[in-house]
Design a protein around this ligand. Structure first.
Ligand code: SAH
Length: 200
């Protein structure tokens, strides 16, 4: 997976590569898909959600430019796979998922693997997690038309957000850096994510 899907497509960040080598993806997919867990594709999880393609997880992690001392907020825990990769890169990870059932599964897998610096919340991630703000990095793994204002206000000066922005069918993955309070935007690639649901 790492050689053919990540290195061949230009993933270079050594810490991201090590994290992708380290995290056992087969433990995060449904049992019926464990034999194809390392294939070049997203896979369905419960409740019509998806675990992202390995390349997308690596690309987003690389674009997030996580430093070892960083505190990272993730919106859309899902299977917990991206969370595990972030936990290899950051000092603390805060992750929000709207479906309690999905988060329970993620908590079970992640605690079995011994990650103890992850905090979980069930709720609407578009509001962020004010109690622990500000964050050095924010990653959103569901599609939105606009950057949610609450998330933007919870990003530190100099911080980076990675988020898929666009319509319901296709989005652009963007890296947004907070420079003097302003958004400095870099487009990364077109992508396709399940929607970020803004209710509750
Ligand atoms: N990173 C995940 C991919 C999750 S797919 C993985 O690697 O498995 C996107 C997830 O975002 C879904 O689980 C969905 O339920 C969740 N989601 C959608 N809208 C949300 C919201 N407003 N707040 C929190 N989670 C949300």
């Amino acid at each position: 997976m790492v050689e053919r899907q990540l290195l061949a497509r230009g993933i270079q960040d050594q810490r991201v590569i090590e994290a992708m080598l380290h995290v056992p993806r087969h433990l995060f997919v449904r049992e019926e898909f464990s034999s194809i867990a390392y294939h070049d594709t997203p896979l369905p999880t419960a409740l019509e959600q998806t675990i992202s393609q390995p390349y997308m997880v690596a690309l987003m992690s690389e674009a997030l430019e996580v430093e070892p001392d960083d505190r990272v907020l993730e919106i859309g825990t899902g299977s917990g796979y991206q969370t595990a990769v972030l936990a290899c890169l950051a000092r603390e990870v805060y992750t929000i998922e709207r479906h309690g059932v999905l988060q329970e599964g993620a908590i079970a897998t992640l605690s079995k693997l011994g990650y103890h610096h992850i905090r979980f919340l069930v709720g609407n991630g578009t509001h962020g997690w004010k109690e622990h703000a500000l964050y050095d990095r924010i990653i959103v793994t569901a599609a939105t038309r606009h950057i949610p204002e609450a998330l933007w206000t919870q990003l530190k000066e100099g911080g980076i957000m990675v988020i898929p922005v666009g319509g319901s069918m296709y989005q652009e993955l963007i890296q947004v850096t907070r420079v003097d309070g302003q958004k400095s935007i870099k487009e990364i690639c077109p992508c396709r994510f399940v929607p970020l649901i803004d209710s509750n």
